[in-house]
Design a protein around this ligand. Sequence first.
Ligand code: 3PG
Length: 209
Amino acid sequence: MSPIAKIIRQARAIPVIVIDAIEDALPLAQALRTGGLSSMEITLRTAAGLEAIKRLRGAVDGLSVGVGTVLSADDLKRAHAAGADFAVSPGFSEDLVKLALDLGLPYLPGAATPGEVMRGRALGLDAFKFFPAATLGGPATLKAWGDVFPDNHFCPTGGVSPDNARDYLALAHVAAVGSSMPAPRKMVQEKKWEEIKALSHQFVASTQA
Ligand code: 3PG
């Protein structure tokens, strides 16, 4: 199993974060960790994302900090330099897969079709983000993928909630689920750390058998 497959299998529940204010990084990370989460994916959708990753490097015990919404080689290089533990993209790019391998950065590209999974496998990958999961047919699509890619590891994201997380995780090849549900952007902006802690608990509970 590759390092990224191990990371997502261990995490099981991955919160997808959009952060606007750098001073929110630490209290947010602490709320997620106290709520039982062991990883977070900080997206590069805001200017604060990269700086948040830098600040959180080794800051919260037991919390691995990844970078999300990686769209370019520059994104990947900067996130690696900032100390990201892993990287996630919404889609598939051979160039980014090769760069991540060169950098030695555990990398989870998006796959929306079996063809993309096959291209990833040809480069030695065994793990993929399935995005946007709900729109692509949800657990039914992943069940069919499991018949042909039983040795791969998937992280469905997009429309995942405590109501359907178990439907995905019941499939052996689903290693983890990702969701913005534990820390919605507005709640982070309003610094509602107690609410985020409670939602994190709820997200974690929904991924347990
Ligand atoms: C992602 O970046 O993976 C998605 O935006 C998260 O989707 P969600 O908001 O439906 O959880």
